[in-house]
Design a protein around this ligand. Structure first.
Ligand code: ADP
Ligand code: XPO
Ligand code: MG
Length: 555
């Protein structure tokens, strides 16, 4: 059965019942139909949240299909609930880019899914649309001011860094020229689109405490300079009030349910390769306010989502995670051992062994944050007993707990071993979480710390533009901000072709974007693009809908 067929076979509980199970009265939620709701920020309790055990689910370097972090996160929460531990899974909202592109949705899979999956994977509750409108309102205000004769700020159009966003993989929009056509069409200038998940507003939504903090951060968005080199921010265009008004509902986290009828919270966007890729502080705190265990995820491999989760989100919100679950698959390790994507289902013990160094490096990286880890072997039907046994042996040699999980095939039942390992791990380990670096370090040292310690780079090179960006950052007094490195997810390096555990490589920073509102800097490495493109055969070709509104081919 496909994911959507399994999902359609489930009788959903009314979201009012899920809210009651979560701990919020049904008359306190804002319904979006029978099976979705938004939760009031007033229900967050920072003191209660501190009592919850926060677990991060990460992964080794993934194949393009992904290795099962979201599936494992959901399955683990089902398993912990089966053991009587009140648990909530907190996830990120899928982007339409991958939905219609290569990867597909982000609501888990098999018997570990969050539902209603069609809604969640398509328009959900409109948060992405609201983020797009707020982002593009600011873009329109900028171009309006540039061409204004009465209240122009004197913006130098060549210095404007703020683009537009669209939640679609559309490479044709990466670089555009606006304002063509003469005086009634504005002032011509180069700009472009990023995908919505990469919007600074998404990051602001994910890091904001509440509406007032959201508005403050939105006002702090750096736009560019005037002709006499005065830095201009969104507040100089009086934009933050309207932008916040557009986000008044998007700031509230979304409540849905798992296949086994447990609460799940979804809020904030994905893509830890071009954005921070964690869900929101608000959603995480909401889950933690009502749960003994809170299971959350961060995008792509540990080198990307987890590093950003720890060094940006946890530091920013004073969250103290207790353990890491490292999602590991035989298929990904064979891929890192040199097997092509088309042959990953064939047994290959030699390639699996050659791929182990990638797992080893991610386990070493987890230790740098002072956290205990369980390697969760996410078993696929094509994995042979010999392959599983070999991986169990090799993983145990790394000195970590190992659990074979079958959450895709069996839901929570397939996560009972993992759940028990996680509980024991948390009970026997103190709270040793320590971030990788101090935000007050200088920017090149912060970048070098991540590049050498987490990626394994020999050193970091900067292009002339990146060096100029460093000067800009210093002049703006923003050198104490953390860094959110944009890098390919395919490799620990910035070269997608270097698989396994590459060594003696250099990370090249080509430019550094400033996200002054979100409160971080974005060093962009290699050739990574913040507007992905569609593949030759997009997933959209398989999607259809019948006269009764039944969607097929979503995954
Ligand atoms: N054990 C498994 N067997 C079969 N398919 C799986 C398994 N685990 C995950 N998948 C599928 O792989 C894809 C990626 O899973 P997902 O949880 O989204 O990964 P990630 O969050 O790491 O990107 C999904 O389509 C999911 O249904
Ligand atoms: O940021 C990307 O998230 P996934 O790894 O879940 O696709
Ligand atoms: Mg995912």
């Amino acid at each position: 059965m496909t994911d959507i067929e399994i999902a359609k076979g489930v009788t959903l509980e009314p979201i009012t019942e899920i809210a009651e199970k979560f701990g919020i009265a049904s008359d306190e939620i804002e319904m979006y139909g029978k099976y979705k709701a938004k939760l009031p920020l007033s229900k967050i309790s920072k003191t209660k949240a501190e009592q919850s055990n926060l677990i991060l689910v990460s992964a080794i370097s993934p194949t393009p299909a992904g290795e099962g972090k979201t599936t494992i996160s959901i399955g683990l929460s089902e398993g912990l609930n089966r053991l009587g531990m009140k648990t909530t899974v907190v996830l990120r909202e899928p982007s339409l880019g991958p939905v219609f592109g290569i990867k597909g949705g982000a609501t888990g899979g098999g018997y570990s899914q969050v539902l209603p999956m069609e809604d969640i994977n398509l328009h959900f509750t409109g948060d992405f649309a609201a983020i797009e409108k707020a982002h593009n309102l600011l873009a329109a205000l900028i171009d309006n001011n540039i061409q204004s004769k009465i209240n122009s700020l004197g913006l130098d159009a060549r210095t404007i860094s703020w683009k537009r966003v669209l939640d679609m993989n559309d490479r044709a929009l990466r670089r555009i020229i606006v304002g063509l056509g003469g005086t009634t069409f504005g002032v011509p200038r180069e700009t472009g689109f990023d995908i919505t998940a990469a919007s600074e507003i998404m990051a602001i939504l994910c890091l904001a405490d509440d509406l007032i903090d959201l508005k403050r951060r939105l006002g702090g968005i750096f736009i560019g300079y005037t002709f006499d080199r005065k830095p201009i921010f969104a507040r100089d265009l009086k934009a933050e009030g309207a932008m916040t008004a557009l986000l008044k509902d998007a700031i509230k986290p979304n409540l849905v349910q798992t296949i086994e009828g447990n609460p799940a919270i979804i809020h904030g966007g994905p893509f830890a390769n071009i954005a921070q890729g964690t869900n929101s502080v608000i959603a995480t705190r909401m889950g933690m306010s009502f749960s003994e265990y809170t299971v959350t995820e961060a995008g792509f491999g540990f080198d990307l989502g987890a590093e950003k989760f720890f060094d940006i989100k946890c530091q920013s919100a004073a969250l103290s995670p207790k353990a890491v679950v490292l999602t590991t698959t035989i298929r990904a390790l064979k891929y890192h051992g040199g097997v092509s994507l088309t042959n990953l289902t064939d047994e290959n013990l030699e390639a699996l062994t050659r791929g182990i160094p990638n797992l080893e490096k991610h386990v070493e990286n987890i230790r740098l944050f002072g956290l205990p880890c369980v390697v969760a072997i996410n078993r696929f039907a094509t994995d042979t007993d010999e392959e599983v046994a070999l991986l169990q042996r090799e993983a145990k040699k790394l000195g970590v707990r190992v659990a074979v999980t079958e959450v895709w095939a069996k839901g929570g039942e397939g996560a009972l071993e993992l759940a028990k390992e996680v509980v024991e791990l948390i009970e026997t380990n103190g709270n040793g979480f320590t971030p990788l670096y101090d935000w007050n370090m200088d920017v090149p040292s912060k970048i070098a710390t991540i590049a050498t310690k987490i990626y394994g780079a020999e050193h970091v090179d900067y292009t002339a533009k990146a060096k100029n960006d460093l000067k800009k950052i210093t002049n703006l007094g923003l050198g104490n901000l953390p860094v959110c490195i944009a890098k390919t997810q395919k490799s620990l390096s910035d070269n997608p072709k270097l698989l396994g555990r590459p060594k003696d490589f250099i990370i090249t920073v080509r430019e550094i974007e400033i996200a002054a509102g979100a409160g971080f800097l974005v060093p962009i490495t290699g050739d990574i693009m913040r507007m992905p493109g569609l593949p030759a055969h997009p997933s959209s070709e398989q999607i259809d809908i019948d006269a009764e509104g039944n969607i097929t081919g979503l995954f």
